[in-house]
Design a protein around this ligand. Sequence first.
Ligand code: FEO
Ligand code: CA
Ligand code: CA
Ligand code: CA
Length: 594
Amino acid sequence: CASTPAARLKPAFAAIPVGTGDRLAVPNGYIASALAPWGEPVGLPGNLPAWRPDAGNTADEQAAQMGMHHDGIHYFPLDGSRRGLLVMNHEYVDDGLLHTDGLKTWTAEKVRKSQAAHGIAVIEVEQTAGGEWRMVRPSRFARRITANTPFSIGGPAAGHPLMRTAADPQGRTVLGTFNNCAAGMTPWGTYLSGEENFRNYFAAGEKLDAHQRRWGLTRTASFRWPEHDARFDAVQNPNEPNRFGWVVEVDPMDPASTPVKRTALGRAAHEGAWVAVTRDGRAVVYSGEDARNEYIYKFVSRDRIRPAGNGLTAAQANRELLDHGTLYVARFDAEGVGQWIALVHGQGPLTAGSGFADQGEVVIKSRQASDALGATKMDRPEWLAIDPMSGTVYCTLTNNADRGAAGLPGPDPANPRANNTHGHIIRWREGGDGGGDFDATRFRWDHLVLAGDPAQARSEAKGNIRGDLFACPDGITFDARGVLWVQTDAHATQMYKGEFANIGNNQMLACDLATGEMRRFLTGPTNCEVTGMTMTPDGRTMFINIQHPGETPSDRSDPADPARFSNWPDYRPGGRPRSATVVIRRADGGVIGT
Ligand code: FEO
Ligand code: CA
Ligand code: CA
Ligand code: CA
């Protein structure tokens, strides 16, 4: 484990058992309650449409309500630990639950509602005298960003020919963000979110070109938007997919601000983005690409972070900070050594003769550029986290059943297991000796843990966990006291059987970095994912998200598997499950984890 400064908090709570059934569990002495589930009005002044349990809300109403599938989340204080903003992603939707008659019919209104249930929410929350948290409604900060909200484009792809469409001939304004996963925040007070599986929203028709194939586009879309919104017909609008797959930046304190896609950070099936600061004050942004056999990136800003002043907030003073700098991709070599390779037009293979006309094309085609540079193909990089005490960077590699399959990459030092069903967590320290600054081009890496279950027969499924079992690490977050929290996202189709028989519901654990012990803190309801973690500055309130309880609705009618039914958190008989935020406190009001 990383060297452990004396100030690091040692997690101290009674671990809970493997999660079963349709309930959320936390240790004795803790209280957990749902807040801001799908469909709650976010608090737009004069626009507070009540949630209809029959899913009868219109698209316009949905655009004023919490979206579906809560994911990454961050607390921005307004009044310390008593009142603040929660900013969170709504990764995607389950159209079977979103509409009263599910997918039995399909209309333009349903497409608009589906689009309105995606994106990002900003809500104001406060703690009452009794200790509970509630939404403040209306709130001047309340905001929904959806798949139709205008974004500007920053960085080298702004205005690029590959970003231009008939509706946006300048290539500088994109409508919307979707499939947003992880949350990050910047030292200048903005929120970062990654656009992950954007490919699922586009229909690319019968003839895919090499660029479309490399980005996984398919003939038809998983979400049925192209049927009623030609923007998602990539035959008619072949550049529209190039406008997604970016890290987006939102200033939550200014509800009128236009969010920005930061193209200098590279295009990828981005999980999210996390910021470290070099000793001389430049921003270093780590990000990964949650897709099988794709890459881990870092971006080093050209300029130093500016303080607030001259009438500008810190967010305003750093409005263009992430538009200028150098993008790198990671190569993990044997013996725990690694290299950051620059994606700079004109260097090495990234030339016009090799298909990269300029830096804009390098960032739009980051995958092709990383292929050409020989970067390491990883086992689905999900969240990253930077240890506030040691500077060690951690990344979850959630799983990769393709590792070692015919014609695909085999095990390598960093991704050591064929058919990696349970996933692992890798980490590195910057510099050739591990003692460098965040802008170093070499690093030293090792594994924190290989997830698995020693009871399994297959050697690659055993893992080396110390403490409580888990599989498919996804969310990973350090709190301010240096505790590493790990959340899991094993898929509904794998859970409760075979190599996952002893793992139970998805969960959250704390890692004691002094010993490597994983200790189970929370288990979620049936077939949910546990994701996103943020705390108030006093460490007394934790917010996490429960995503897609009861995934998927088809499971609800499967008599062979009634255990998959969920109607968390309302437990309304026959009701719909709802993704929601969960507020966790100690019953005695004490500090979480101690
Ligand atoms: Fe959307 Fe990779 O989780
Ligand atoms: Ca995730
Ligand atoms: Ca996941
Ligand atoms: Ca998910």
